[in-house]
Design a protein around this ligand. Structure first.
Ligand code: NDP
Length: 338
């Protein structure tokens, strides 16, 4: 049973060498009277929060940091091999919190749901139909509350969450601009994902001037994925009653000293609603979210760009790549296809 294990807690930017690939054995039989489920992992998700779990100190309630020499954990799509729980049977495909290994024995409570709709790619359940999709939906609709004609800015816009925020905002009749870190990503935003405008933030010496160029009348909703300098520039370009759903701040996760943000007083002057959220608190919205999104996917009104790495041995490289923008779209690792 091949696994990706963390060598030790991480300080600063993570490196591939912070993780090891190891071989272990696993018994493919469940102990009698167990409620556990034995999973064959098919796809696993690479997510920015995983870096935070590599720290020594816990920050998330109920989600402890990784234990050195143990496999990483994360979201995945898996096939049930054996089940001690009546809700799951051999052959079921499930969306689950699992481990970075070929086979995982998980308590049934870690299974998020049985996957019923399999006319879409199974890998989608790590992204557009998984945590990233629900995050975009909750952040935009619960906290951004978009109205027709409003101006929306999304950072890390071509990523797992950002590409959906932009498309949902377009479906709501908004003007949408995204920022991303390469020409390829900017082209994707404008030509495939339907953003009105997009720019490469790495090429803008003055982010405030760039935002003034795209939003001469100001921003109504800023979907925050990166923090730092981008947030500071956004704070100078907000309209009255602007909303900032604070989803993530990836530019800060690897810094030993977080960057300061200097323009916070504009939150008062512009009467801004700035709201942080964590998607596990909104899992109850998942059925409503599927009902909204599945028809859009089937009709081709929402599309999704994935970046699929093949094999667990490429997992460390894929995960580390999130922090330099190596991924183009949702980063997934394919372990097995069935
Ligand atoms: P992405 O697929 O967007 O991948 C991360 C991207 O972030 C990279 O591709 C890169 O794109 C960008 N990035 C990396 N470093 C920096 C930096 N220093 N400055 C600016 N951009 C950077 O990830 P997700 O869509 O999965 O996640 C986006 C955000 O949402 C993250 O902050 C994440 O933590 C957060 N999140 C929060 C959740 C919640 O419950 N609150 C749930 C899920 C995600 P580029 O090339 O454009 O720089």
């Amino acid at each position: 049973n091949k696994q990706v294990v963390l060598r030790d807690h991480v300080t600063g930017f993570p490196k591939e060498s912070d993780m090891n690939i190891v071989e272990t054995t696993i018994t493919l039989n469940l102990p009698q009277a167990s409620n556990d489920v034995l999973l064959k992992n098919l796809y696993i998700s690479c997510d920015p929060y995983m870096r935070i779990l590599m720290n020594k100190v816990d920050v998330f309630e109920g989600l402890p940091t990784y234990t050195p020499a143990s496999p990483l954990t994360g979201f995945g799509v898996a096939k049930v091999v054996e089940s001690g729980h009546p809700d799951y049977k051999k052959g079921d495909i499930v969306s689950s919190f699992t481990k970075w290994e070929e086979y995982s024995l998980v308590p049934s409570t870690q299974i998020f749901c049985k996957i019923e709709h399999i006319d879409v790619p199974l890998s989608y359940y790590t992204g557009i139909l998984g945590m990233a999709g629900l995050t975009a939906y909750v952040g935009l609709f619960e906290f951004g509350t978009p109205k027709k004609g409003e101006n929306v800015f999304v950072s890390a816009a071509s990523g797992a969450v950002g590409q959906l925020v932009g498309q949902f905002a377009k479906l709501s009749g908004c003007y949408v601009v995204g920022s991303a870190g390469s020409k390829e990503k900017v082209d994707l935003l404008k030509n495939k994902l339907g953003f009105d405008e997009a720019f490469n933030y790495k090429e803008e010496l003055d982010l405030n001037a760039a935002l003034k160029r795209y939003f001469p009348e100001g921003i109504d909703i800023y979907f925050e994925n990166v923090g730092g300098k981008t947030l500071d520039a956004v704070l100078l370009n907000l309209r009255v009653n602007a909303r900032i759903p604070v989803c993530g701040m990836i530019s800060q996760y690897n810094l030993i000293e977080p960057e300061g943000v200097t323009n916070l007083t504009n939150i008062i002057f512009k009467q801004v609603h700035m709201q942080g959220f964590l998607v596990p608190s909104y899992y109850h919205l998942y059925p409503k979210f599927l009902e909204y999104l599945l028809p859009h996917i089937r009709e081709g009104k929402v599309v999704y760009v994935e970046d699929i790495a093949e094999g667990l041995e490429n997992g460390p490289k894929a995960l580390v790549g999130l922090y330099s923008g190596r991924n183009v779209g949702k980063q997934v690792i394919a372990i097995a296809r069935e």
